[in-house]
Design a protein around this ligand. Sequence first.
Ligand code: PRP
Ligand code: URA
Length: 208
Amino acid sequence: MNVTELNHPLILHKLAILRNKNTGTKEFREVVSELSMIVCYEALREAKLDKIEIETPICKTKAYQLNEENYVFIPILRAGTGMLDGLIKVIPNAKIGHIGLYRNEETLKPVKYYYKTPRDLARREVIVLDPMLATGGSGIDAITMLKENGAQKLKFLCILAAPEGIQKMQEIHPDVPIYCAAIDECLNENGYIVPGLGDAGDRIFGTK
Ligand code: PRP
Ligand code: URA
């Protein structure tokens, strides 16, 4: 399976903060942002670099540079924007697109309400952001839309993934690697990740 679960004591420590129902909005946002940066570092482990020559205070040397403008971040609204803060610190010149989807609470099917991305997706690395991969419906639909608009090189970054969502995503988009901080146990009868962290959007924006 094309899935990378970050396994690190500090990540487990940070996840405990996110999972705790008593964590407040400010700290929740900060930790989502921090974990997103770490997931992004892992997702870019194999990134192509240009070799350049620079001068240190001591001597000339070869160095390596990422073409930041090759990257497009696509947060899935709303909760995906919580990951964007951290990622634009890591790659400040990345382009940004937005896809608006919400899950119908009864059917759990995603409903589209917004789509705006840079035009030239075909020549860029497209990195889709959503803290939660639950049934997989939202991530799958977002990636389908991006492919229909030319995207060829895609990655999906999340904080928590459910095995059910991973499996469905891999069936439909086997070419898209998934990077997550943790793979949780399962989904409950309401489509929430167990043990999870609750509703990511509500916790990031303080809407409940
Ligand atoms: C949440 C989450 C994902 C989706 C995951 O968004 O941020 O987009 O659910 O569930 P799925 O894998 O079953 O599709 P939600 O629909 O609650 O919208 P929000 O981000 O506006 O809160
Ligand atoms: N969306 C969330 O925000 N949380 C879940 O557990 C599942 C979907």
